[in-house]
Write a protein that binds this ligand. Structure first.
Ligand SMILES: Nc1ncnc2c1ncn2[C@@H]1O[C@H](COP(=O)(O)OP(=O)(O)OP(=O)(O)O)[C@@H](O)[C@H]1O
Ligand SMILES: [Mg+2]
Length: 356
């Protein structure tokens, strides 16, 4: 916003200090005159008394004027110094806001001293800067990772086409098949990215959904995959009402059950999907057997493009967006997502949503 320049706060404070000092001084002098000097008994009566009174008044007035001039100078100087000291933290805060406005988010004010209004403001500002910086870094990482992941299928297609061009005897059927697979993966990735951004914008209608029905639907859809991986799936739970987008919540459940199946033991693993209503909340828990996970690794799994163990060349080459999508959808529904490694191996994921 463009504003007209005005007097500085320091100047205004100085003038008010000096003003108050003058008013207080004037009042003091007036009361001295009024209560002490005016009623002096020996100057009360007679012509001679009047003369003395006049002289006294003159004398008092000149003394008072000198005092007032002194107070004015003292008030202005003292006020200027005091206001400067009071407002010093503001200069640091202003400097930091200017830097932030110019795009430098790494600067912190870090005002020393004990707590007061300025320190509170500075601390809140520092917290806000830290959050903003982390958010921007996360967005940048996301964009970099997304471009990198999208480049991979394109580069693979190009390599396939190059090989086909340089070798005309190559089987075109195989080429088409492989190109098709690469293309499908790229579409899947793009759709996942779109899903994340749509859930982040929270632009979806909310309706009443029953989590137990979603769990059933997800497990039923993924049953063939579970059979292929030799994983047994159990579901239990009664009516668990929540409010939100049925499509997004189904996606969330599918991602969790999918993970529980594919990141399980090589053979004979199990998955348990349970739902239940707590006080004011709706809970969805997906638990699976599998490799042992450390709490440190578990804490990073919800980051986009994070794959726990790098096995890009197995038949399940995930992109690492499944849990990031779950996290985004949970947040968009004002819920919380908790990942806990199971002591005996595998993972327990809990989604807690507010009850409608
Ligand atoms: N239920 C689970 N049990 C054990 N590990 C898991 C489980 N769910 C996720 N993980 C680990 O977390 C990582 C990230 O999971 P995420 O779903 O985000 O990506 P992904 O499954 O690798 O790929 P996709 O984008 O296809 O889902 C996985 O690579 C896996 O190592
Ligand atoms: Mg996954």
């Amino acid at each position: 916003m463009d504003r007209e320049p005005g007097p500085s706060v320091r100047l205004k404070l100085t003038l008010s200090y000096a003003g108050f000092l003058m008013v207080a001084g004037a009042l003091l002098l007036a009361s001295v005159w009024f209560f002490l000097l005016r009623d002096l008994p020996d100057v009360k009566n007679g012509i001679g008394g009047l003369q003395v009174r006049k002289q006294l008044a003159l004398h008092f007035a000149s003394g008072a004027a000198a005092v007032m001039v002194f107070l004015l100078v003292f008030g202005l100087l003292g006020g200027w110094v005091l206001a400067g000291r009071m407002l010093a933290p503001l200069a640091r805060i202003t400097d930091a806001t200017h830097q932030a406005a110019n795009g430098t988010l790494s600067h912190r004010i870090r005002l020393p001293g004990r707590r007061d209004e300025f320190r509170d403001l500075a601390d809140d500002f520092d917290t806000m800067l830290a959050r903003l910086e982390a958010h921007v870094a996360e967005q940048r990482r996301f964009a970099a990772n997304a471009s990198h992941e999208l480049r991979t299928p394109l580069a693979t297609s190009k390599a396939l086409l190059d090989v086909a061009r340089s070798d005309p005897t190559h089987d075109p059927g195989e080429l088409v098949e492989r190109l098709h697979a690469v293309n499908t993966r790229a579409i899947g990735l793009t759709e996942a990215l779109l899903l994340v951004s749509r859930a982040e914008q929270r632009s979806f209608p909310r309706e009443r959904v029953d989590l137990s029905l979603l769990a059933e639907e997800a497990t039923e859809t993924l049953l063939p995959l579970a059979e292929k991986h030799g994983v047994g799936v159990e579901t239990d739970g009664d009516l668990t009402p929540a409010s939100g987008s049925p499509a997004l919540l189904l996606q969330l459940t599918m991602n969790l059950v999918h993970n529980a199946i594919v990141h399980n033991l090589p053979d004979g693993g199990t998955v348990r999907v349970s739902t239940g209503a707590g006080p004011g909340t709706a809970l969805l828990t997906v638990e699976n057997t599998g490799e042992r996970l450390t709490p440190e690794l578990t804490a990073t799994l919800t980051e986009p493009f994070r794959r726990g163990t790098e096995r890009l060349h197995t038949d399940h080459a995930g992109v690492g967006l499944g849990l990031a999508i779950v996290r985004t959808i949970t947040r968009a529904h004002d819920g919380t997502l908790t990942l806990t490694p199971r002591p005996e191996g595998g993972l327990r994921v809990t989604v807690e949503l507010p009850a409608p």
